[in-house]
Design a protein around this ligand. Structure first.
Ligand code: OAD
Ligand code: ZN
Length: 271
């Protein structure tokens, strides 16, 4: 299905580069059972994500929007990282110049990193390993497992099931009592400027930008690979389908992330 020469070429490029940026989208979690946004399971109760992931939708019907996020928390909570998350985690642990930028809010990269770190940094030690900050994903779109207060703006980790029976049962701020909202970036909202700065800098300085499992339709995330290319780096893509980013990619490998990434990233990188 995929062209072996193209895979070998991409593998060599990745093995010889130090500054590597990996940009992921929902497709990297597809093999874990997380539905992609624009795939066959993209609709929830006949709503398109673009219709629910907006401040207007939340204002009009916070119960419906929280019900959707509650369903996603539950669904994603039952998923495990796959071989692609694991391969990326190992790369970012071993290569201090590799960065991961993700559009995903599912937390699977973080889980894979914890698992890889306990294997690589402190095998046999049951205490949680100290994760190097640079190995953590730069999360462009926030997290399903965090909430933000619509009154005082405080942000908190929040993995609790959501009771969306009525507006009165929705999650509320422990400090000021106002309604909480998911701590994610919705359509029409700006990204956190510091996060965007970090992602932009990584894209501009990367020798290789490996784009995995994104439809390349949502900006500014989808503009990052172009920054790498404009700064003299190369773009590689892994996706079963072609996307608007295919045309700027030096090689676009048609296939699934979980199948391809372990061999593509099997760099014996000593840090
Ligand atoms: P999409 O659902 O738009 O695209 C998923 C991509 O993954 C598609 O291009 C698929 O072909 C590809 N894909 C599917 N299975 C794959 C596999 N096993 N391996 C590799 N690729 C696979 O998801 P995103 O591009 O992440 O934003 O969507 C971007 C943003 O739009 C999301 O972060 C979210 C969404 O609405 C916000 O919520 C702000
Ligand atoms: Zn509050």
């Amino acid at each position: 299905m995929h062209d072996q020469d193209e895979i070998d070429h991409a593998r060599r490029l990745l093995a010889s580069a130090r500054r590597i940026l990996i940009l992921t989208g929902a497709g990297v979690s597809a093999e874990s059972g997380v539905p992609t946004f624009r795939g066959p399971e993209g609709l929830w109760k006949s709503h398109r994500p673009e219709a629910l992931a907006t401040p207007e939708a939340f204002q009009a019907d916070p119960r419906l929007v929280w019900e959707w996020y509650g369903w996603r928390r539950e669904r994603v909570g039952a998923c495990r990282p796959n071989a692609a998350h694991a391969a990326i985690a190992r790369l970012t642990l071993r290569n201090p110049d590799a960065r991961l930028v993700t559009q995903n809010v599912d937390g699977l990269h973080e889980l894979a990193l914890e698992e890889a770190a306990s294997e690589e940094l402190s095998p046999g030690d049951s205490a949680a390993p100290n994760l190097p900050h640079r190995a953590l994903p730069i999360r462009l779109h926030g997290s399903l497992f965090r909430a933000r207060c619509t009154g005082c703006d405080v942000r908190t980790p929040d993995r609790a099931p959501v009771d969306a029976t009525s507006e009165a049962t929705l999650p509320r701020c422990g400090k000021c009592g106002a309604m909480l909202r998911p701590d994610v970036v919705w359509f029409g909202e700006g990204l956190d400027p510091e996060i965007l700065r970090e992602a932009t800098e990584s894209a501009e300085t990367a020798e290789v930008c490996l784009v995995v499992g994104t439809s390349g339709l949502v900006h500014p995330a989808a503009s990052l690979p172009l920054l790498t290319k404009e700064s003299g780096g190369v773009v590689l893509e892994v996706n079963p389908e072609s996307t608007p980013l295919t045309e700027i990619a030096l090689a676009s490998i048609r296939g699934r992330a979980g199948q391809l990434l372990p061999s593509l990233l099997a760099v014996e990188a000593e840090s």
